[in-house]
Design a protein around this ligand. Structure first.
Ligand SMILES: CC(C)(COP(=O)(O)OP(=O)(O)OC[C@H]1O[C@@H](n2cnc3c(N)ncnc32)[C@H](O)[C@@H]1OP(=O)(O)O)[C@@H](O)C(=O)NCCC(=O)NCCS
Length: 167
């Protein structure tokens, strides 16, 4: 697996991997596929030195991505806090790829000036729960019954990893 900064040319693959997760109703609150065009501004918000967006390639194919985004609209007092998002293509899930990508991102946090990493996932997303728990994230919040996924009312877990406490 090769992990590298994403380029604009990767956006169609990034969007395709994201869209593949929408029908499962466990990963994201988007209910319809998103377009490449609609994600350009989101892509541009990333910065390799502070809020990276990485892709993982296997045999030349982009099969996963992981990115950091600023917390709470990027208000300056939260500069050292970032939310992590990660999506692995269906055929490559449950093979340890997500864990490896998250490990690499956690290792990069001190260089990115990040002391708190936040994971936010639906309370029925077992893969995200297992992954975050096993990497030392602590559940700090549970917004119960906050999302309506085709009539199924789900909650959101907020999990935090304190980077300075690990180093
Ligand atoms: C969640 C996700 C990023 C995890 O990455 P992954 O490469 O599939 O996961 P890994 O193989 O590294 O395994 C991590 C843990 O998740 C578990 N897991 C993986 N897929 C699972 C599934 N479908 N159901 C339940 N547990 C699962 C693994 O058993 C492992 O648990 P362990 O620590 O107890 O061994 C990936 O499955 C994915 O992209 N899912 C769809 C999108 C999504 O939910 N993104 C997160 C949005 S918050």
């Amino acid at each position: 697996m090769i992990v590298r900064d994403a380029t604009p040319d990767d956006l169609p693959a990034i969007v395709a991997i994201y869209n593949a997760a929408i029908p499962g109703r466990a990963a994201t609150a988007d209910l319809e596929p998103v377009t490449v065009e609609s994600r350009r501004a989101w892509f541009a918000e990333h910065d390799p030195k502070r809020r990276p967006l990485w892709v993982a390639e296997v045999d030349g194919e982009v099969v996963a991505w992981i990115g950091l985004s600023s917390f709470y609209g990027g208000r300056p007092a939260y500069d050292a806090t970032a939310e992590v998002s990660m999506y692995v293509a269906p055929n490559f899930q449950a093979k340890g790829l997500g864990r490896e990508l998250m490990r690499q991102m956690i290792a990069a946090c001190p260089h990115l000036g990040i002391t708190t990493l936040l994971g936010m996932y639906f309370d029925h997303n077992e893969a995200s729960r297992k992954l975050c728990d096993s990497l030392g994230f602590e559940q700090v919040g549970h917004l119960a019954r906050i999302a309506n996924l085709d009539g199924a009312i789900r909650g959101l877990i907020i999990a935090a990893l304190r980077i300075e406490e690990r180093s």
